[in-house]
Ligand binder design. Structure first.
Ligand code: AKG
Length: 314
């Protein structure tokens, strides 16, 4: 079934650069191993919202309209780089980093068989590193949410650290299917810990996917920790971003992310990543924020959150 994303023509016209250079002139990109349709009505650039930073009601309207906010150079660069270094130090201890290059380049080490190594056992441990927690649980990050949400902020204790080695990508999904047992007035911060250009598994957002009622009322009602659901999909909407783009009629939007950028999106904003075509590891965190006064999904709270360790019967 093909759905109409709506507003596509209007929004396609809004982007600068598409078809006249910029992201529209990029070489063929892939996600989940599948070539994307790079035509201007299927693929485009994320819109920046820095111009609205001093106007929270305009920023909230933008979130309602776009389902995401891209804020360039927002986070303290020194904090971002401290977090990057501390994660890379752990990866180096696990022999995942090519020692012929400087640590901060994050070049992935190869095993004797030529394959890139992915030896790290616990990503949850990376999310507990003090420099990472400082970045995502204090300072400008919390200042942003206090102003955006208009009250005292609570963040999930679980900090997801993505170690996206060469060839890796993430599959299209809504976050709500993983964390929908509390308030839906909940937001994800996707934070690149270093530059994350298109070649390095940049994140993509499916334009207007937060307004697709047919998807929100079906897939968007799923709770992945119910046993039968997990077996079906592992939580993703599907594994073929090109087919999903065609089915839903929305464009995939992305950009060359830089260290210090912040991408905020709603629980119903479909996202996935490009394939990592570089020899670097793309590092990023994804973290969640809500008003402290609203109900919280307990799976993500506490010193050792249960996350998805428990599959429940219906
Ligand atoms: O970093 C990625 O590729 C996936 C991130 C993600 O799924 C999220 O931020 O919810």
């Amino acid at each position: 079934m093909r759905m109409d994303c709506g507003l596509t023509a209007e929004l396609a016209n809004r982007d600068q650069g598409i078809g006249t250079g910029g992201i529209g002139a990029m070489a063929q990109l892939t996600s989940n191993g599948i070539p994307l349709d790079m035509a201007p009505d299927a693929f485009g650039e994320l819109r920046e919202s820095n111009d609205l930073l001093n106007d929270m009601s305009a920023l909230r309207e933008r979130m309602a309209e776009d389902g995401y906010l891209l804020i360039r150079d927002y986070l303290d660069l020194e904090w971002v780089m401290d977090a990057r270094r501390s994660v890379l130090e752990v990866l180096a201890e696990h022999e995942m980093i090519d020692e012929n290059h400087s640590l901060m380049e994050a070049r992935a080490a190869r095993s004797d068989n030529g394959k890139f190594r992915s030896a790290i056992g616990s990503h949850a441990a990376l999310g507990k590193l003090p420099a990472v927690r400082k970045l995502v649980h204090s300072g400008r990050m919390i200042d942003f949410y206090a102003a955006f949400l208009g009250g005292e902020v609570r963040s999930f204790d679980f900090v997801w650290m993505r170690v996206m080695g060469p060839g890796r990508s993430s599959a299209p999904h809504y976050d709500i299917v993983y964390m929908g047992r509390g308030t839906t007035n909940l937001y994800t911060s996707w934070t690149p810990l270093g530059d994350a250009p298109l070649s390095d598994a940049a994140l993509m957002v499916l334009e207007n996917s937060h307004r697709l009622e047919q998807v929100k009322t079906t897939y968007g009602q799923m709770d992945v920790d119910k046993k039968s659901n997990w077996k079906k999909t592992g939580g993703s909407y599907g594994k073929d971003p090109a087919a999903i783009q065609k089915e839903l009629g929305c464009r995939w939007l992305t950009t060359d992310f830089r260290a210090g950028d912040l991408l905020v999106f709603s629980m119903y904003t479909m996202h996935c990543s490009l394939d990592n075509r570089s020899d670097r590891i793309r590092l990023s965190s994804d973290t969640r924020y809500q008003l402290a006064s609203e109900p919280v999904d307990e799976r993500w709270i506490g010193e050792n959150p249960i996350a998805h360790s428990v599959r429940e019967e219906e």
